[in-house]
Design a protein around this ligand. Sequence first.
Ligand code: GDP
Ligand code: MG
Length: 180
Amino acid sequence: MVEYLFKTLVIGDIGVGKTSLIKRYVHHVFGSTYKPTIGVDFALKVINWDSETIIRLQLWDIAGQERFGTMTRVYYRDAVAAFIVFVLDINRNTTFEGVRKWKDDLDSKVMLADGSKIPCFLLANKIDMLEESEIDAKKAQLDDFVAEKEFAGWFPTSAKENKNIDRAASELIRTIIDNE
Ligand code: GDP
Ligand code: MG
């Protein structure tokens, strides 16, 4: 039996649903109000990946530090992958402004042992608030942006309706394992 411990980060602007995604994934719950915690929260998900592999996935939630738009190197240290969360605004031309800032911060402060960027998936959360056609209309733009900023991929997610979270996490883990 092989057991891995992976430190992963969940970052993004305040209110996009980071804590909700983690709670949904790890504790299988969704609530509309949470006590705002200040500092860093951890959640641990233990996954029986295959018959000989156990993954202990540590998810770091930035809990109240988002307003600074950056995190310290100490926070990023030893992370092997990340999610950046945002909410698609279909009423405005999508600039990905907040996402760019987080991706640049991440890439400037942490890297893999070989010097390459840590894999990072972009999560467009709260898709339960959009029509399917509205998401479709943004797909090409998201694909381009993800390629430009060297994300490993993107997923439309909903913490509220439990959409694509397990899928995104599995993809993240697969990418981490490929890097091992
Ligand atoms: P954080 O600041 O990024 O950690 O965001 P929270 O997880 O605290 O969520 C902020 C607000 O968005 C809360 O009122 C959540 O209930 C709501 N929220 C989070 N995820 C979703 C989602 O997938 N769909 C909808 N409709 N609301 C969500
Ligand atoms: Mg939070």
